[in-house]
Design a protein around this ligand. Sequence first.
Ligand SMILES: CC(C)(COP(=O)([O-])OP(=O)([O-])OC[C@H]1O[C@@H](n2cnc3c(N)ncnc32)[C@H](O)[C@@H]1OP(=O)([O-])[O-])[C@@H](O)C(=O)NCCC(=O)NCCSC(=O)C[C@@](C)(O)CC(=O)[O-]
Ligand SMILES: NC(=O)C1=CN([C@@H]2O[C@H](COP(=O)(O)OP(=O)(O)OC[C@H]3O[C@@H](n4cnc5c(N)ncnc54)[C@H](OP(=O)(O)O)[C@@H]3O)[C@@H](O)[C@H]2O)C=CC1
Length: 417
Amino acid sequence: MTDTDPETLADRVREGDLRLYELEEHADADVAAAARRLLVESESDADLATTSEYAFPAADAEANIENMIGAVQVPIGVAGPVEIDGGAISGERYLPMATTEGALLASVNRGCAALDAAGGAGARVLKNRMTRAPAFRVADVAEAEALASWVRDNVDSLREAAESTTSHGELHEVTPYVVGNNVYLRFAYDTKDAMGMNMATIATEAACEVVEDETSAHLVALSGNLCSDKKPAAINAVEGRGRTVAADVTVPRETVKRTLKTTPEAVAEVNTRKNLVGSAKAGGLGFNAHVANSVAAMFLATGQDAAQVVEGANAITTAEVVARGGGGDSTGERDGDLYVSVTLASLEVGTVGGGTKLPTQSEALDVLGVRGGGDPAGSNADALAEAVAVAALAGELSLLSALASRNLSSAHADLGR
Ligand SMILES: CC(C)(COP(=O)([O-])OP(=O)([O-])OC[C@H]1O[C@@H](n2cnc3c(N)ncnc32)[C@H](O)[C@@H]1OP(=O)([O-])[O-])[C@@H](O)C(=O)NCCC(=O)NCCSC(=O)C[C@@](C)(O)CC(=O)[O-]
Ligand SMILES: NC(=O)C1=CN([C@@H]2O[C@H](COP(=O)(O)OP(=O)(O)OC[C@H]3O[C@@H](n4cnc5c(N)ncnc54)[C@H](OP(=O)(O)O)[C@@H]3O)[C@@H](O)[C@H]2O)C=CC1
């Protein structure tokens, strides 16, 4: 690596001597980023002065970005604090959320106020499996059936190959799916505190080598889209992916009226006709109002893979009027409390790896007390999943209430413009 100045590097790219992505081989990462900014500015009307003001050594993002020119800055706020009674996280927490949508933090914050007034939200991780499903080609359905049988009989050798690539990941299930002469093997891992997509992909590739060595199957694609990563897919909504996590609360009638400005009956009706019937008629996979908002905001804040909001929004919100003091029995009486739950089928989160080690992202994880590997391994990612579920619950509660009291548009007119 030889030091040089950004102008010289930029000139070498212009002259065709260097490719844009090769600059770090000739200068330190910050100089390389500066050279790219010069090139972009000279080819556009952009002045990248603020883009250049990032607060970490560019080299620290080497595993997160290529062709780096700087960093974006997205406003980050907190909702809460909110009391969480989770399986992996408990106590009062601020919820770090990064967004450019005015009124979102106010809304989640109002939901948190209602949760806190109700004594806090419950949360539990229900399942933890990161999946990768390679696509194989075989001769015909007879070979497809034979391959599926072979897989079921040889999971141990697939596990040995997969787990040889990682000291944390555990292969739990391999489920074959057959379509004609196509066979998809859905590998399901416990990836502990990592979201686990790199881990699972590397491990699955090692297992695929065994499949090709031992059978007549031909690997067409390491990802066969039945995983299913970053695409709307029913398999994630039904089988789960990453963490399946739920949060719930029973809000006293008085709190619904005072803080949420509506009634339990009105919220339950909006949820039924909007989130359940409306979503069903739309053919939606997410039977909720805006879980994606809380998932996206906490993903941006804590260094998650933002594209996986697609699956993170696979959530179902329920709301019903229950007897005073909870107890779970629905009642037609007009004096009951409001029970609300949100169940996220495929929330892919990690507290190690990916973008979680970048400075502002790891600071946001510190706000929650979940940075890095947990003890036991996996417990920090479980805690993060529960915190995201509580943020989603707070957001659902507040938005449904705003729709019931007819002040969605005024809220955005006041706060979002
Ligand atoms: C905007 C509010 C909260 C006002 O709600 P309000 O009840 O009129 O406000 P308030 O002044 O009476 O305050 C009540 C509580 O709200 C919070 N709060 C109140 N103001 C603020 C603020 N500035 N900053 C932070 N927190 C605030 C705060 O917790 C406060 O409690 P306090 O601390 O006073 O005891 C309410 O009208 C609301 O939540 N509206 C819904 C807005 C919303 O959810 N937007 C995001 C979703 S829009 C979208 O992207 C999805 C959508 C709609 O397209 C999806 C779909 O199709 O359904
Ligand atoms: N490859 C792909 O197809 C895709 C990749 N991604 C990207 O993958 C990245 C996330 O991959 P991921 O594997 O999570 O992260 P990394 O690739 O950053 O790997 C994380 C590694 O941290 C180590 N580790 C240390 N402590 C722990 C712990 N307590 N629990 C688990 N692992 C621990 C593990 O190493 P070891 O395994 O050696 O034990 C693990 O593999 C994101 O950047 C995402 O954008 C997203 C979608 C698809």
